[in-house]
Design a protein around this ligand. Structure first.
Ligand code: ADP
Ligand code: FBP
Length: 308
């Protein structure tokens, strides 16, 4: 079974306007709400790719009710822990540029954490868990690392997509899969990384830290996938970006989907990038038809390192 864990879900509120003028009243030309948060988005894209998963995590209040109802309507199983406060609202502004204001998590208490830990302790060998998104400020940043150790001891594959301190902390717990974008890789490395060449030593270091799959995305500039045996590059297909919110989560879902169908690592990488780009080129999330079409535009090739 596949489980996604979203500790800090969000109702995403997307507003479109021609131009954002700070300090003025701005009027949107369109708006839309969607259930969001990284694990929830992974569950939604997996569903579109034909996989069932159970969405776990903390939700609360009217925004939490909205999220539960919306994703259950998409036939996604949920087993959320209810918290007292309202799930946050994240504002996604699409004007001349894309800007985001991510809200604050409601307080999460020990009783909530214990309830989620009980769920996680029941997972079995062969299960897959996605730990994705920011960690609420009332929880220690080491929480993903602690759970990764416990889950891996039970034979569970652990996919992690997070940022900041939680990302730095999780590395030593050896998750199965890590998907930093190049900004997050810079945070890990402590130096600015802008090119694939600059990224490679740091990606290899993560594989050396015994993470099975390290997938680093560079938005429209392609991506690198490293395993113990392979170092691969994939181009990102060209197209008009309509919405990059959820593109990273779609990448994770594409990778899991392909591996769940026993595809090769190269094919999983290609599917991941096609799924991410298909979402970036869509108004909502990617659909299977768009993903299959984009796969034809992606070439996965080994990276030849200088002097080797
Ligand atoms: N401008 C773009 N053109 C094509 N694909 C894109 C573009 N921006 C994002 N994507 C797709 O979304 C994936 C994730 O994007 P990225 O911005 O690197 O990560 P994140 O969304 O996690 O910040 C990329 O690997 C790519 O497949
Ligand atoms: O937990 P965080 O880091 O604040 O991110 C939450 C936001 O990220 C998203 O999951 C989108 O993530 P990506 O664009 O990285 O795929 C939104 O739905 C949500 O608003």
């Amino acid at each position: 079974m596949i489980y996604t864990v979203t500790l800090n879900p969000a109702m995403d509120y997307h507003v479109t306007l021609d131009h954002l003028q700070l300090g003025e009243i701005n009027r949107a030309t369109a708006d839309q709400k969607s259930p969001g948060g990284k694990g929830i988005n992974v569950s939604r894209v997996l569903r579109r790719l034909g996989h069932q998963s159970t969405a776990l995590g903390f939700i609360g209040g009217f925004t939490g009710n909205y999220i539960r109802a919306s994703i259950e309507e998409e036939a996604i199983k949920t087993d959320f822990i209810e918290v007292e406060g309202d799930t946050r609202i994240n504002v996604k502004i699409k004007a001349d540029q894309e800007s985001e204001i991510n809200g604050v998590s409601p307080a999460i208490f020990d009783k909530h954490v214990k309830a989620l830990e009980k769920q996680l302790s029941q997972l079995k060998e062969g299960d897959t868990v996605v730990l994705a998104g920011s960690t609420p400020p009332t929880l220690p940043a080491s929480i993903y690392a602690k759970w990764t150790v416990m889950l891996k001891e039970h034979g569970v594959s652990v996919y992690v997509d997070t940022s900041g301190e939680a990302l730095r902390e999780v590395i030593s717990s050896k998750p199965t899969f890590l998907k930093p974008n190049h900004h997050e890789l810079s945070e890990i490395a402590g130096v600015e990384i802008e090119t694939i060449e600059q990224a490679i030593p740091h990606i290899k270091q993560l594989v050396g830290d015994e993470i099975d799959y390290v997938l680093v995305t560079f938005a429209g500039d392609g991506a690198v996938l490293a395993t113990k045996e392979q170092l691969l590059y994939a181009n990102a297909p060209k197209g008009t970006v309509r919405n990059s919110v959820g593109a990273g989560d779609s990448t994770v879902a594409g990778f899991i989907s392909a591996l769940a169908q026993d595809k090769s690592v190269e094919e999983a990488f290609k599917t991941a990038i096609a799924t991410g780009s298909a979402t970036a080129f869509s108004v909502g999330f990617a659909d299977k038809e768009a993903i299959d079409l984009l796969k034809n535009e992606i070439l996965v090739q080994p990276i030849k390192e200088r002097g080797k």
